[in-house]
Every structure is written in structure tokens, then in C-alpha cells.
Design a protein around this ligand. Structure first.
Ligand code: HEC
Length: 106
């Protein structure tokens, strides 16, 4: 009995990992929202140099790619720590165009 329970536990953990292969993980979305408003919005409101950016600009897969491939120009990007970027990514991902809670960041 015990081994079976263990096996089931291991299997469900494996399943969880598999389904979240394409997902932002471990970031703190609340902190991400705060950081996004404070630091990204300085350049990313309408008429600012970076143009308006909100979570809705991209789908979850597109945000994944954006952060993974480090697509931003480095001058602005390198000011953020890896932890900050993880949190910001989590916020954007959680509210992406195809997320459960699509949201702009007004
Ligand atoms: C110092 C100004 C500045 C800051 C700060 C900044 N950006 Fe940008 N961003 C830009 C500029 C300029 C562009 C457009 C051209 C480029 O990539 O060089 C851009 C482009 C982008 C794009 C692509 C534009 C689009 O419409 O698809 C995204 C997404 C983006 N930034 C997200 C972010 C996020 C998220 C943050 C905060 C972690 C951030 N930016 C911080 C200046 C900035």
C-alpha cells in the first residue's frame, strides 16, 4: 500500500511538471505587478518611448518567449535583477491575453 501511494505521488508530481512546461513559475505576481508599474511603465505608457505595454499585448506563450530569448534592448533590461524579471514575467503571464484573468495594467 505504502509503495503505491508513493508511486502515485511521484507520478502526479511528474504530471504537474509536464503540464507546466510552458508556464511561468515561481515568480511573485504581486511584486511583479508593483515592479511593472513602477519600473516598466516609465517607458511603456502610450506616447512614451517604448510604446504602451500591458499583459494583454501578448499571449502566455509569447511572454515566455519574450523573456526566454531576452528580446528587450539590454540597456533597460540589465537594470533589473533576475528575481525582479521573474516576478514581472509572472505578472504578465498570469494576465496575458489568453490567460484566465486577462488584464491591462492601468
Ligand atoms: C528605459 C526605458 C524602458 C524600460 C525601463 C523598459 N522598456 Fe521595454 N522597451 C523600451 C523601448 C525603447 C522599446 C522598443 C524598442 C526596443 O526593444 O529597443 C521597448 C520594447 C518593449 C517590448 C516590445 C514592444 C511591443 O509592443 O511588443 C516589450 C514587451 C517591453 N519593452 C517590455 C518591457 C518590460 C516588461 C519592462 C520592465 C521589466 C520594460 N519593457 C522596461 C524601453 C523600455
Amino acid at each position: 500500500m505504502k509503495t503505491i501511494t508513493k508511486a502515485i505521488a511521484i507520478l502526479s508530481i511528474a504530471a504537474l511538471c509536464a503540464t507546466s512546461a510552458l508556464a511561468a513559475e515561481g515568480g511573485n505576481p504581486k511584486k511583479g505587478k508593483y515592479l511593472f508599474k513602477k519600473s516598466c511603465k516609465t517607458c511603456h505608457v502610450e506616447d512614451a518611448e517604448g510604446g504602451e505595454v500591458t499583459p494583454l499585448n501578448r499571449t502566455q506563450a509569447q511572454w515566455d518567449r519574450f523573456f526566454e530569448r531576452n528580446k528587450h534592448n539590454a540597456d533597460a533590461w540589465n537594470k533589473f535583477s533576475e528575481g525582479d524579471l521573474k516576478d514581472i514575467k509572472q505578472f504578465l503571464f498570469d494576465h496575458a491575453a489568453d490567460s484566465d484573468q486577462p488584464e491591462t495594467c492601468g
